[in-house]
Design a protein around this ligand. Structure first.
Ligand code: 7RM
Length: 635
């Protein structure tokens, strides 16, 4: 697909075109894809409802665009390289022809097990090739996939299965991640005790551990595959049919199911991938994210495959068996584009330069960063030690809700500035708003980051609760999509993302709502009330600080702390563990009973010099008590 921008001048003219005539611009991009039936109209939109439709009445199947379309020219080209957790185990490679065959077979297995167009299918799997195959198999038959990161707990999985009424669950026996071994199937069994919608569980063999197989419900993938053909026509999908649901945390209540649709998501995933990473035919592209997050959906699976790229999938973690693992894999497979998260870079930076300096990293051309702001120190380390000062770093800002990269460098075509995401991609119209909702039009300013015009992969709804989608994203500022982030725009018009302005904590690039964590903590019967905030953490970016009021004096504080941590692990997963738990006699509240998180955040940061006016608090003394104890805990 020839829509690659290769210079700043070209970027400017494409951007201008995209703003002057968005429909013409996106129609031109969309035409490069394979449609079973062309659209009647490019766009209809209303941000107040919200109601956004792209490529109206267009018919397509995204897997035809990811697979079938490439068979003639790239049938023998590598589509997928899978690198296992253990470097001694053999890696796996699929050509486009092989991946197509695997997907068709798996799709037939789904059908054989009762799946139909429109059904929701939960996928709870390790980073094995079958995960990518499973995702594409759902899309092939028009079933809606809901991938749940395999680090989430049984409770979190059950919530997501129930919210979507998933009919099937695709999983594995177990998983390897670094030195950890996780009994995945057992987690599924536990979750399914609370789910009535699930009729079938399809299990991929990964670890060969003995697992419980429930008669009439659970089947092995390898048995099923012997029963099906490799012929599975792609289901015709309307451009606005749902492609997938992906749950993400917000500032209130339980996670919401962000919905993306077939046509617009496809167009934007392919377009943004090609441009941001400047992907060329013989490149080997590697994104280290897990498919359980949006980054894995768009930039391990869909974006690369839409472009006929070779995409790599890695089962392990950056530090196993040593902090040189990423770089060893880059050299081993000749990786040309490498896309990771600041938290991984900081962890590797802390392990010392020797681990990276012993690899050549010659093949690398573009480096990417995603998930949170990248601090200048990590940026420089990445630039010097990994990129050898020759590869551009693209700092890609986007969200689960945006479906694809929104503000970012474009390979080496655009200028880069440490800690700045840069310019919006063509078709993206960001604005900064002040507290009254007025657009700030000057440069060298700061404000709430909103988007004023739809792009093809904007979320369409939150599953089963459209009103929530409206309230969260479209009601704060009338007529705009609100991102929840604050940002600066510098004198050159480049954007620098500051971070969340809502009650969302970003731990190692993963989002958690404070309310979600508090709910988990409050399940402990000894807890009366809790308040959770984020604070800066050297490796994780942000870590979780929990202030907890107990009903009674505890017998043993440390035991109670572990108990509370267990509640969080049980309800959400290990990744949401509070780093610091402080038992407090009370919380700083306004007279109307609102917790003053701003004060708690400052205390957690260790910055108590300027707590602002606390005199209006219900109980001003409590602040001092909390501050004193916090110093001891953090010291
Ligand atoms: C892709 C992803 C979204 C939130 C977003 C930001 C933060 C993501 C960057 C970033 C600064 C970046 N989706 N964020 N990328 N902040 N610079 N390059 O992460 O839905 O899981 O998170 O992550 O706060 O709103 S996400």
């Amino acid at each position: 697909m020839d829509f690659m921008i290769e210079s700043m001048a070209q970027y400017r003219s494409e951007y201008e075109k995209s703003v002057k005539d968005p429909e013409g611009f996106w129609a031109g991009i969309a035409e490069k894809y394979q449609w079973q039936q062309k659209w009647d109209k490019v766009l209809e939109w209303d941000f107040e409802k919200p109601d956004v439709k792209w490529f109206i009445n267009g018919k397509l199947n995204i897997t035809e665009n990811c697979l079938d379309r490439h068979l003639k020219q790239r049938g023998n080209k590598l589509a997928l390289i899978w690198e296992p957790n253990d470097p001694k185990e053999r890696f796996v490679r699929y050509t486009y022809r092989e991946l197509h065959e695997q997907v068709c077979k798996y799709a037939n297995v789904l059908k054989r097990n009762g799946a139909q167009k429109g059904d929701r299918i939960a996928i709870y799997m390790p980073m094995v090739p079958e995960l990518t195959v499973a995702v594409l198999a759902c899309a092939r038959i028009g079933a809606i996939h809901s991938v749940v990161f395999a680090g989430f707990s049984a409770g979190a999985l059950a919530d997501r299965i129930n919210d979507a009424s998933a009919k099937l669950v695709l999983t594995s026996d177990g998983l390897y991640r670094g030195t950890k071994e996780i009994p995945v199937k057992r987690v599924v069994d536990e979750a399914l005790k609370e789910c009535t919608s699930v009729e079938r569980v399809i299990v991929t063999e990964r670890t060969q551990w003995a697992v419980n197989m429930e008669e009439g419900r659970d089947v092995w993938l390898h048995d099923e595959l012997t029963e099906v053909s490799a012929d599975c026509p792609a289901e015709p999908m309307d451009a606005e049919d749902m492609l997938f649901i992906l749950y993400t945390s917000g500032s209130t209540g339980k996670p919401k199911g962000v919905v993306h649709t077939c046509g617009g998501y496809m167009v934007y995933a392919g377009y943004s991938f090609k441009n941001v990473f400047q992907y060329r035919e013989s490149d080997v592209y590697w994104c280290t994210a897990d498919v359980g997050w949006i980054t894995g959906h768009t930039y391990i699976i869909y974006g690369p495959l839409l472009n006929g790229a070779t995409t790599m999938m890695f089962e392990g973690v950056p530090t196993y068996p040593s902090p040189g693992r990423f770089w060893q894999v880059c050299d081993k497979h000749g990786v040309t584009q490498f896309y990771t998260a600041p938290t991984a870079i900081r962890a590797l930076m802390a392990a010392g330069d020797d681990h990276v300096l012993s690899y050549s990293l010659d093949s690398l051309k573009v480096l990417g960063s995603v998930g949170e702001p990248i601090n200048e120190e990590a940026w420089s380390w990445y630039h010097i030690n990994v990129g050898k000062e020759k590869s551009p770093i693209v700092d890609t800002w986007w969200q689960t809700e945006t479906g694809g990269i929104m503000i970012s460098g474009i390979g080496s075509a655009s200028p880069m500035k440490p800690a700045h995401a840069g310019y919006p991609l063509p078709g993206i119209q960001p604005v900064l708003l002040d507290a009254d909702g007025n657009e700030i039009t000057e440069h060298d300013v700061e404000g709430y980051l909103c988007i004023k015009y739809p792009w093809p992969s904007i979320l369409r709804t939150t599953y089963g609760d459209h009103e929530r989608c409206r309230v969260v994203y479209f009601s704060h500022y009338k007529g705009y999509y609100f991102t929840g982030d604050g940002a600066k725009r510098d004198k050159d018009g480049m954007y620098r993302i500051i971070g969340r302005v809502d009650d969302v904590i970003n731990v190692s690039g993963h989002r958690f709502g404070t309310a979600e964590i508090e709910d988990a903590i409050n399940t402990n019967k000894k807890v009366a009330e809790s308040a959770v905030v984020g604070y800066p953490h050297e490796i994780k970016g942000q870590a979780i600080y929990a202030y907890i009021i107990l009903k009674d004096e505890p017998d043993n504080e440390d035991n109670l702390r572990s108990e509370i941590i267990n509640s969080v692990v049980e309800h959400i997963g290990k990744i949401a563990k509070p780093e610091i738990i402080q038992f407090v006699p009370g919380l700083p509240k306004t007279r109307s009973g609102k917790i003053m998180r701003r004060i708690l955040r400052k205390i957690a940061e260790g910055d108590t010099s300027n707590l602002g006016d606390t005199s209006t608090l219900l109980d001003p003394e409590v602040v001092e008590v909390i501050t004193e104890r916090a110093k001891q805990l953090k010291g």
